[in-house]
Write a protein that binds this ligand. Sequence first.
Ligand SMILES: [Mg+2]
Length: 387
Amino acid sequence: MTKQNVLVSDTKSGLSMAITVAVTNSSSLFTTAAQKPPAVPGTTYITISKKKLLENLEINSGAKINAWVDSMRASSPTHLKSTPSLLSVDDVHDSWTQQHPSALEMFEQITNASKGKQIVMFLDYDGTLSPIVEDPDRAFMSDAMRATVRKVARYFPTAIVSGRCRDKVYSFVQLAELYYAGSHGMDIKGPSKGSQRKKGAEAVLFQPDTASEFLPMIDEVYEALLEKTKSTDGAIVENNKFCVSVHFRCVDERKWVELAQQVKSVLKDYPKLRLTQGRKVLEIRPTIKWDKGKALEFLLESLGYANRKDVFPVYIGDDRTDEDAFKVLKERRQGFGILVSKTPKETSAAYSLQEPAEVMNFLQRLVQWKKSSRRQFRASRKSEEIN
Ligand SMILES: [Mg+2]
């Protein structure tokens, strides 16, 4: 059992309270009477179902603006540190990294588990390959990261899976040999050059049947959100083709609730769109059941790995929307997810990395490992032939 700090909001009173919750590995409850830790001044204990808490963090129709804003605050490192706790921040972090160890430290175990299987690499973009920056239009990846991803794609089928529109994420990555799944996987395209993929997979181009029906509506909502949020300093509205993002990172925290309410007021006229949250961002998407997890499954199928046991998908991402992909891997019991985060977060990923620099290090080691195992394979073939 581990303990986590969570901010829970009472939406009726508008009050927020910091709570320490005991998280069991298998139980659906955060804490039960039997598990309740001893009282500590300034700390309130509540019993709340995990499902309920997660529901409260989603803002769909009838939504809970305060709960979302609070969860965003709770997930920021400064707020985590200020939250009363039975354990020190270091203790919480240590406990979390025991459950989600560093993919760098566990590198050997990971490569051992992948032996004899085809690694397929799935990479989120923002916060995974590029640093999170204030202006989303300037989220550039470094040349070193680009060179690393290029090498990765030489050895493993590689896809970028992003909430951004496909063209935008391509303009950042600029590698024609990759698969790109934009708009949370609603817009997928295969490599346009030099791929070593299976025959027939090169021309993959996919959009869920109903997604294109939403395009005029998304454009309309984008315009409405631009208008509605222009009074809020720092608010950035981004049209991602099949979804719209409203970025909070340049907005004064005291204005977050106001901005979230502006977004909600626009959305109330569009019951076919839903609202989800990411890292300091609210995203408006079609209600169709499509997410990064579905995109991962679609790509595996397109690559011919749908029913194969010898595939080892690796998904690296930093955000809530990446959890859909982590869950798919967990349920399939294939490969694993790696969460990029410096702070403990509830996740279905098996491993963790702290930041994009560690992601680059991990990818470089993977390429080196693959190169040397190929060399060893060739050398052993040669010696067999000689003998
Ligand atoms: Mg991200």
